[in-house]
Design a protein around this ligand. Structure first.
Ligand code: SF4
Length: 202
């Protein structure tokens, strides 16, 4: 994988990519992109969790909207607050070498927020999530990331036990909607992309 080619393809599409060899430089960049204390929504993301970005930004005075910080009863309200925040920080399930983001959601709070709700988005990902094509991205999500997430989230889906996708119709399915982001949408001001040369999330 030629990272410069990926960065060039992202720029041509209108995304604003940055590449870092280590996580500390990446975190510093995220902090500087967000700037003065503001409102920030977060999606559920192991990458963000591993980088501790949420706590770092909260300590700097930002108001954080994340369902991971509230009770199950409060989650729908926090999803709405995240959709009206100034920034939204999320990982992506996959990024193609051509510069397209591929994401599959169960509740769609994440994909709807980063496609429409919020004007400034920061995608954060490790190089392990870069794949050659959309087809490979969907295969990676369905047969690698989703089974792991189903185990983590204690979902009653076939992949949680099989470790691979069988295109289930389960009530617990986390693959209810697939979104491919080719460009920032016409309503977005900035879609920053922070790529870190590490294995992060899944
Ligand atoms: S469609 Fe169902 S079986 Fe396939 S990865 Fe998603 S949750 Fe698992």
């Amino acid at each position: 994988m030629d990272i410069q080619n990926v960065l060039d393809n992202l720029k041509v599409r209108g995304f604003e990519p940055f590449y870092f060899e280590n996580r500390q430089d990446a975190i510093d960049k995220i902090v500087s992109l967000v700037g003065e204390p503001t409102t920030i929504g977060f999606g559920g993301s192991m990458t963000i969790h591993e980088l501790n970005v949420m706590d770092i930004l909260e300590e700097k005075g930002h108001k954080i909207y994340s369902h991971s910080k509230v009770s199950p009863e409060e989650r729908d309200h926090v999803y709405q607050l995240a959709q009206s925040a100034k920034f939204y920080i999320s990982s992506t399930n996959a990024l193609t070498e051509q510069g397209e983001f591929v994401n599959i959601d169960g509740a769609a709070n994440r994909v709807t927020t980063f496609t429409f709700g919020v004007k400034n988005v920061i995608f954060v990902l490790g190089t392990n999530k870069i794949v050659p094509s959309v087809t490979k991205a969907i295969d990676r999500i369905r047969n690698y990331a989703a089974p792991k997430n189903c185990v983590r989230l204690k979902k009653n889906t076939p992949c949680a036990t099989l470790g691979r996708c069988v295109n289930c119709n389960s009530d617990d399915c986390i693959c209810n909607t697939t979104v491919i982001s080719h460009h920032p949408t016409s309503k977005q001001d900035h879609v920053y992309v922070i790529i870190i040369n590490e294995e992060l999330g899944y």
